[in-house]
Ligand binder design. Structure first.
Ligand SMILES: C[S@@+](CC[C@H](N)C(=O)[O-])C[C@H]1O[C@@H](n2cnc3c(N)ncnc32)[C@H](O)[C@@H]1O
Length: 166
């Protein structure tokens, strides 16, 4: 899909708004353990443009959502905020993602603290996800490589997922 210039500008501006607080004041050294290096706007735009489309029908799950940058950009690209979900291990980062995504209309309970390696964390009040391809491994982002992992909602709706760290 091709993002419009307006969408790209909004993604860059949204990223810039949260850039300073997105790591909750942690140092680079502190962030290394969990791979807390968040996708910059330009890379996010390139990733989104690799999808065929992102529409209001899609469900989006980022199982390691950090400060929520990818999810925010997916909404700007056309996703329904009510169908956007995120899990993040670091309890200090979760409130930042919640605040950021609330501005775009994502319900508070769609973002929560959890361990993406633990199946329980994919149960949300209104949606439940299960992994489609069990046993495959996907490398996540430190070097900018993002695996597309297919999850499926238990009601059968296909979802788009950004990546899973193992
Ligand atoms: C490279 S960042 C990606 C954040 C976001 N997807 C982005 O692109 O901006 C990886 C995030 O995954 C979180 N994380 C690491 N291991 C995790 C796990 N087992 N479950 C959930 N989150 C995890 C880290 O705390 C970090 O915020």
């Amino acid at each position: 899909m091709k993002l419009t210039e307006e969408q790209k500008k909004r993604i860059e501006e949204e990223y810039a708004e949260f850039e300073a607080e997105q790591y909750a004041g942690k140092t680079k050294e502190e962030r290394q353990k969990l791979g807390q290096f968040y996708t910059p706007a330009l890379l996010t735009i390139q990733m989104l443009e690799k999808f065929d489309s992102i529409t209001k029908e899609d469900t989006i799950l980022d199982p390691t959502c950090g400060a929520g940058g990818l999810l925010a950009a997916a909404i700007i690209a056309g996703a329904d905020p009510k169908k956007v979900f995120g899990v993040e291990l670091d309890a200090n980062i979760v409130p930042i993602a919640k605040k950021r995504l609330a501005k775009l209309g994502v319900p508070d309970y769609n973002i929560h603290q959890g361990n993406a390696l633990n199946r329980d964390c994919f149960v949300f009040p209104e949606s439940e996800f299960e992994e489609l391809h069990k046993g495959e491994t996907y490398k996540f982002t430190d070097e900018g490589e993002i695996g597309k992992v297919d999850f499926i909602k238990k009601d059968g709706t296909k979802s788009i997922t950004f990546g899973l760290r193992r």
